[in-house]
Design a binder for this molecule. Structure first.
Ligand code: BES
Ligand code: MN
Ligand code: ZN
Length: 493
């Protein structure tokens, strides 16, 4: 679907969307249209439950075409995020309705004069985010399931400004879509080597991409990451992406992702039920990839490194055993208690490598790391950990701007010592209680003094129900928050 912006005037054709305030109060365009249609709008509202409550909709079929009334409430809650949801909802309502074009009358209402052009851009962004589909493996799509909506025209004052802002948001959407694609691809198609191939395409966006194979990683001493992949017939990879949009020679910021392309649990095998979900155990790596695409797409003025550790965790005659001891790149040894606690092993080497090689200003890692995080926070907030209050504050602020939920979780010596091993420097799994926290403490042992955050996105990467701007499936959660963090705190102004 194409989103365009134009002057606030009556469009010639297609469906029409009009905002309505509480108590069925039409805005000027609505009043004029109602008069031309002999009171059809008011009459339709009165004979329905529609009163203009926030996000309420009423579809009216008039001789002039389909009209959608959209509830604005008293108008006081309408900000950019609200408009994204509205755009997403309108897209869902009309995308396979038979309409090809919809025009959205984006009128000011009392009390909201400032920034309407920004809100209009975000309306388009929300609509665009909701258009996402993944149907490449469907050979039979019924006609009424096919999207018909091709164009959304948002009609607003200062529409050139909206357009300019939207171009940046469109780049972010491209990043979100890449993340969703990677997360949704089946694990027979997306495995470490094919994932890495996919990322090589980012060279076209101006990103430098390097792929390390098992031999390269063995030379570097990445025994923790390699141990996870050793039961798989697919070769493990580590991909380094670099976007240098900032000052030459300035230290980069770094994002590191867990990319377990399929997690069977290994020899500590997972139960069969729901195991298919573990195709999205590369969700952290997918967010890092999508973020890099978004940053390059909007030419972010920052130096950014993205590193993803790509492996497949399989049981096999060659697979790692519970009881094994591996040596990580840092030199620290790890006793494997549970081969299903594999994500932290991948990240241990990826974080250490990133810190040593790039000496970044900060590292943020993303991982579908623990089921315990789902137990703790559900699918509403992403639990994150940090050794740095400044970075934590920036993360909170960025998430709140884009409307993604985050919640800081504790670290601490009492938890950390639960990861000590009797025969090695640490073990890879601690007690069941506090499982997300001890996992974070494990990671902290590989970041030294670098400001760092670990975002456990186990509850966020996938959703089984539609939300206004996120169709069910891979969500792309996190791309927008991290893009906002870069924009707000790490770009040349
Ligand atoms: N990938 C899983 C965590 C996960 C579970 C993510 C459910 C999303 C949904 C991770 O590798 C894992 O298996 N973690 C174990 C750790 C335990 C063995 C210490 C877990 O959470 O049970
Ligand atoms: Mn696991
Ligand atoms: Zn896993």
């Amino acid at each position: 679907m194409q989103v365009s912006f134009g002057k606030l005037e009556w469009p010639k054709m297609g469906a029409l969307v009009l905002g309505v305030l509480d108590k069925r109060k039409l805005l000027p365009f609505g009043i004029e249209l109602d008069e031309n249609l002999d009171g059809l709008l008011l009459a339709s509202m009165r004979s329905s439950q529609f009163t203009g409550k926030p996000h309420q909709t009423l579809v009216i079929f008039s001789p002039k075409g389909r009209i959608v009334l959209y509830g604005l409430g008293d108008g006081t809650n309408i900000n950019e995020k609200w408009c994204e949801d509205a755009g997403g909802n309108i897209n869902a309502l009309l995308s396979n309705s038979g309409e090809k074009t919809v025009s959205v009358i984006f009128e000011n209402h009392p009390g909201s004069e400032n920034g309407i052009e920004l809100r209009a851009a975000h309306f388009g962004f929300g609509a665009l985010l909701r258009t996402y589909r993944f149907d490449k493996y469907k050979t039979k799509i019924k006609d009424d399931q096919k999207p018909t909506l091709k164009t959304m025209k948002i009609l607003v004052d200062f529409h050139q400004k909206s357009k300019k802002h939207f171009i940046e948001l469109e780049a972010v959407a491209e990043g979100v879509f890449l993340t969703r694609d990677l997360v949704t691809e089946p694990p027979n198609v997306l495995f470490p080597a094919s994932f890495a191939k996919n990322l090589e395409k980012l060279k076209q966006d101006g990103i430098k991409v390097e792929v390390l194979n098992e031999k390269d990683m063995a030379k570097l001493g990445m025994g923790a990451l390699l141990g996870v992949g050793q039961g798989s017939s697919r070769e493990s990879k580590l991909v380094v992406m670099r976007w240098n949009g900032g000052k030459r020679g300035e230290k980069p910021i770094a994002f590191v992702g867990k990319g377990v392309c399929f997690d069977t649990g290994g020899i500590s095998l997972k139960p069969a039920s729901g195991m298919e979900d573990m195709k999205w155990d590369m969700g952290g790596a997918a967010v890092v990839s999508g973020l890099m695409k978004a940053l390059a797409g909007r030419k972010a003025k920052a130096n950014v490194v993205g590193v993803v550790g790509l492996v497949e965790n399989m049981p096999d005659g060659e697979a790692q055993r519970p009881g094994d001891v591996v040596t990580s790149m840092s030199g620290q040894t790890i006793e494997i208690i549970n081969t299903d606690a594999e994500g932290r092993l991948v990240l241990a080497d990826a974080l250490w490598y990133t810190n040593q090689r790039f000496k970044p200003k900060f590292m943020i890692n993303l991982a579908t790391l623990t089921g315990a995080m789902l137990v703790a926070l559900g699918q509403v907030n992403c639990g994150y950990f940090s050794n740095d209050d400044t970075l934590s504050g920036q993360l909170d602020a960025a998430a709140s701007v884009v409307g993604e939920g985050v919640w800081r979780m504790p670290l601490g010596e009492e938890y950390n010592k639960m990861m000590d091993s009797d025969i090695a420097d640490m073990k890879n799994a601690g007690p069941r209680f506090g499982g997300s926290i001890t996992a974070a403490c494990f990671l902290e042992r590989f970041v030294e003094k670098c400001p760092w955050s670990h975002m456990d996105i186990a509850g966020m990467a996938w959703s089984s129900k539609d939300a206004p701007t996120v169709p069910k499936g891979g969500t792309g959660w996190g791309v927008r928050t991290l893009n906002q963090l870069v924009k707000a705190d790490y770009e040349l102004k």
